[in-house]
Design a protein around this ligand. Structure first.
Ligand code: GLC
Ligand code: CA
Length: 541
């Protein structure tokens, strides 16, 4: 990749909005498109993000909160109208930002007209658009495949006497990509939104679109810890099948037939498999296959360093890296690593090589919110109450904390009930209060975003991590450089709550540009310096 021709999705910062939870403009306690429009200046001017990704906004019975789509070409009335969407797209572009939509090709809602037809009769032309199987010879499910959200991946349809496949809730039947009409229909959906001017897609569970044509049982996973039933099997016949790649290449060709569009695929796989989703120079696939390693990483400096180095080493020559710290499926960053370390983590996210994706609220240090029983609504939690605290995703989807007023500026103060409860800490952890506090989490984030904007080293520079100069030094630190032609930066991150000595094979002085503690300025000796507890520093060499 030559240094002077980087594209918006390489140098920009992606910000994920969970639309139900960002901003409610009409007082029903649920976020909506006009709400997002009201807050666009926050994204473009206050934070300076470049790309907005919206989780699904389409018509949906909401069994999986929008990931069960009943019309790929509409807007759920709860979120607004197509006109509102046009307005949102125009306002986003007016501010120089790009807009990505969530594309969910693996499954539809069971209320999608395609599925209604498919289940109506065995000889319906759409029967084969979904995956229907006879019961096993002795009766019961066709094989041992499991749903992510608990129970078997098969549901019996009384009327037609067969089972259909669903890798998520039973209201999310999987489409059958062995029927070419299905891919053609999904490519048409892509055209529909690209023609309207959207800049691309985040593609849901892209690696699961193809399944074993022989429907073989999946083998048990000997490493299973006995907690989450879905993980008791190795998903070698429902995920990452070799023949998913040509499907993705066809999707890529649609994007390439427009100017400057992109897709980022949702893929949880180890590096060797993950990088295959970039495709090859002849057959391109995702512009970015999401790299989720930091979301699952134990928070220790040596482990994280190895993870970053290994990923860098695994990337094909022209593949652009990317990093993610949070999303709507995983516990909040600040809860996983502690609020003080979340600042260090954000510094890492915004200074590693590659495109960062930030989940709404992580710029404030929002934490998981304990959900009272009567509010629990995420299907994996509802279906598996005994492990709800592990698999439930409501805690990381709570309303954005804008200010200290009742309902946190998310809904009008008079609104009685929000779709999920607010965090107890919203009176202090909110945008307005943090903007006023010079040393706040948010102001740190903004300062770093500001620096990133004009920094060639951070946006396109090379990456190299450092070994300590002597045994024991910086045991709990991760130190790396970013280097471009005219700028050389050092990032030093202390993953611990204790002061740490850093010893580097460097000499001379460096100038601290930004510290997570927001109170350090001036020069340091590069050969040896000290990081405060939970401190990360960006240093100019
Ligand atoms: C993806 C989404 C998740 C959803 C699932 C089924 O993993 O991120 O929220 O439940 O796909 O669509
Ligand atoms: Ca609303």
């Amino acid at each position: 990749m030559s240094n002077n021709k980087h594209l918006w999705w390489q140098t920009g910062v992606i910000y994920q909005i969970y639309p139900r939870s960002f901003m409610d403009s009409n007082g029903d306690g649920i976020g909506d498109l006009n709400g997002v429009i009201e807050r666009l200046d926050y994204l473009s001017e206050t934070l300076g993000v470049d790309v907005v990704w919206l989780s699904p906004i389409y018509p949906s019975p909401m069994h999986d909160f929008g990931y069960d789509i009943s019309d790929y070409r509409g807007i759920h009335p709860m979120f607004g109208t197509m006109e509102d969407f046009g307005h949102l797209l125009a306002e986003t572009h007016k501010r120089g930002m790009k807009l990505l939509l969530d594309l969910v090709p693996n499954h539809t809602s069971d209320e999608h007209p395609w599925f209604i037809e498919s289940r109506s009769r065995r000889d319906n032309p759409k029967r084969d658009w979904y995956i229907w199987r006879d019961p096993a010879p002795g009766g019961g499910v066709p094989n041992n495949w499991l749903s992510h959200f608990g129970g078997p991946a098969w549901t019996f349809d009384e009327k037609t006497g067969q089972y259909y496949l669903h890798q998520f809730v039973k209201q999310q039947p999987d489409l059958n990509y062995r029927n070419p009409e299905v891919l053609a229909a999904m490519l048409e959906v892509m055209h529909f939104w690209l023609d309207k001017g959207v800049d691309g897609f985040r593609v849901d569970v892209i690696s699961k679109m193809s399944k074993d044509p022989l429907f073989r049982d999946e083998p048990p996973d000997p490493a299973w810890n006995g907690i989450r039933p879905y993980l008791s099997l190795q998903h070698i016949y429902t995920s990452n099948m070799e023949d998913v790649h040509p499907l993705i290449h066809e999707m890529r060709k649609v994007l390439d037939s427009y100017d400057d569009r992109m897709m980022v695929g949702e893929i949880y796989l180890p590096n060797t498999d993950l990088v295959k989703y970039y495709g090859t120079p002849e057959k391109r696939e995702c512009h970015l296959p999401f790299n989720f390693q930091l979301i699952a990483a134990p928070w220790d400096a040596a482990g994280v360093r190895k993870m970053v180095d290994d990923y860098e080493a695994a990337l094909p020559a022209d593949a652009w890296p990317n990093w993610v710290l949070g999303n709507h499926d995983r516990h909040r960053l600040a809860t996983r690593v502690t609020p003080v370390q979340a600042c260090v983590a954000n510094m890492m996210l915004l200074t590693l090589r590659g495109t960062p994706t930030c989940y709404y609220g992580d710029e404030l240090g929002m934490e998981n919110v304990p959900i009272p029983l009567e509010y629990v609504q995420d299907p994996p939690a509802v279906n598996q109450p005994e492990i709800a605290h592990i698999v439930g995703r409501d805690p990381e989807r709570t309303p954005m904390q804008w200010d200290a007023s009742p309902n946190a500026g998310f809904s009008a103060p008079s609104v009685k009930r929000l779709w999920l409860p607010l965090a107890a800490n919203y009176k202090t952890v909110n945008v307005e209060s943090q903007l006023k506090d010079k040393k706040s989490f948010l102001n740190f984030f903004i300062k770093l975003m500001d620096y990133r904007k004009t920094s060639p080293a951070l946006k396109i520079g090379g990456y190299r991590s450092f070994d300590p100069k002597s045994e024991g030094a910086q045991k709990n630190c991760f130190v790396y450089e970013r280097r471009a032609e005219r700028e050389h930066l050092l990032v030093a991150l202390n993953f611990s709550g204790q002061e740490q000595k850093v010893e580097l094979p460097l000499s001379g002085k460096g100038k601290v540009l930004i510290s997570t503690t927001m109170d350090r300025i001036g020069d340091i000796n590069l050969a040896e310096f000290t990081l405060q507890p939970n401190e990360g520093c960006l240093i100019f060499l």
